[in-house]
Design a binder for this molecule. Structure first.
Ligand SMILES: C[S@@+](CC[C@H](N)C(=O)[O-])C[C@H]1O[C@@H](n2cnc3c(N)ncnc32)[C@H](O)[C@@H]1O
Length: 332
């Protein structure tokens, strides 16, 4: 799935900075959809990951905490099927003619073609039905919802987030929606929690603490409102051009607020208990890099400081560019 601030292109570089701690605990409290965490699980770390978003937690459960194929025995028996392939085929045949996603996010707003919306709505309805009939567990639902979101993102008529849709249907949006289950990632025992970073960091003694917070005012809950709505299992009352729906209790992260981000970061570091901290940020974020460096220096010794461009190449150029990654490694 496309995700704002995804580190997909920097995984090897991040691993290179921490490989001496392999087999230890890697804690990723701003874990997003589990891109870095699942990679570190493959690299033999025990991973503990978190995020404040529901749908991000669903991805993290599926790709990080889950250690084997989910047990859908009860569901498969009820449906009289035997394999994942048969299940995917069944999901891909479930087409319905009306529902909130079709009306709000296809007819009123062109997030999906009508054809794809009918298929996606069919999958949403089935998952909801199976959950109310107790044919799937909470964890089973997490796997199905994360797989559904990952699948429909491939045909979403957006520039990458759900904050808006494109005027004309993009080539990717015209492709046919296909439901596919997310894979199991094998590795050491790992956990995922839907929680604020401060809670996770305060309770997690680890080898590596990887900190990749948001660096500007873009609120992830708003940019990914549709996946969040589906994870919450509610029928939304969307408003405005983008059809944003605010879930009850939705809060803006302190890291998205200019006057709060530094204080939140300081508190986080005060509660950290890690052999090594990797801070992944930008020089033009809400926290000034000099302030962050000062706080991190009081935690331990700055062992390395480097820049990567968005393609993952290391760079020493300081030319202003929002998307340049600045990494500070601090060890005790
Ligand atoms: C830059 S993204 C992480 C990207 C991720 N490393 C990846 O490669 O896909 C930051 C994440 O932090 C989450 N977040 C923001 N504030 C948070 C908080 N206070 N506690 C936990 N997670 C938070 C956001 O929901 C978002 O998923």
């Amino acid at each position: 799935m496309r995700y704002l601030g995804s580190k997909t292109l920097l995984l090897e570089q991040i691993y290179d900075l921490i490989k001496e701690y392999r087999e230890g605990i890697f804690c990723d409290p701003f874990g997003g959809i589990g891109t870095v965490g699942s990679y570190m699980k493959k690299k033999d770390f025990h991973v503990i990951t978190g995020d404040i978003l529901n749908f991000a937690h669903f991805f993290q459960y599926t790709l990080i905490e889950r250690s084997a194929e989910s047990d859908f025995t009860k569901l498969y028996q009820a449906l009289q099927i035997n394999s994942k392939e048969e299940f995917e085929n069944l999901m891909n045949r479930s087409v319905v003619n009306d529902g909130w996603l079709i009306k709000e996010y296809s007819e009123q707003r062109r997030f999906f073609t009508k054809d794809n919306a009918k298929r996606i709505q069919g999958c949403i309805n089935l998952i909801q039905e199976w959950y109310s009939e107790e044919l799937i567990t909470d964890n089973g639902r997490k796997v199905l919802v994360a797989s559904l979101i990952n699948s429909f993102d491939k045909v979403a008529n957006t520039a990458g987030t759900y904050y808006g849709y494109l005027k004309q249907f993009d080539r990717r949006a015209l492709k046919e929606f296909r439901f596919a289950m997310l894979p199991v990632v094998r590795g050491k025992t790992s956990y995922s929690l839907k929680t604020d970073a401060i809670e996770l960091v305060s309770n997690c003694k680890c080898d590596v603490l990887y900190l990749d917070p948001p660096y500007n005012e873009r609120n992830y809950a708003r940019y990914y409102h549709l996946p969040e709505t589906i994870a919450a299992g509610v029928v939304p009352l969307p408003s405005g051009k983008s059809g944003v729906f605010r879930l009850e209790g939705e809060k803006t992260s302190e890291y998205n607020k200019k006057n709060h981000a530094l204080e939140a970061f300081k508190e986080l570091i005060d509660h950290a208990d890690a052999k090594c901290i990797i801070f992944h940020y930008t020089d033009y974020g809400l926290i000034r890099i000099e302030d962050a460096r000062k706080i991190l220096s009081s935690y331990g010794t700055v062992e390395k400081e480097c820049y990567f461009n968005s393609k993952g190449y290391s760079t020493s150029s300081h030319k202003r560019k929002e998307n340049k990654h600045h990494i500070i490694k601090v060890c005790r």
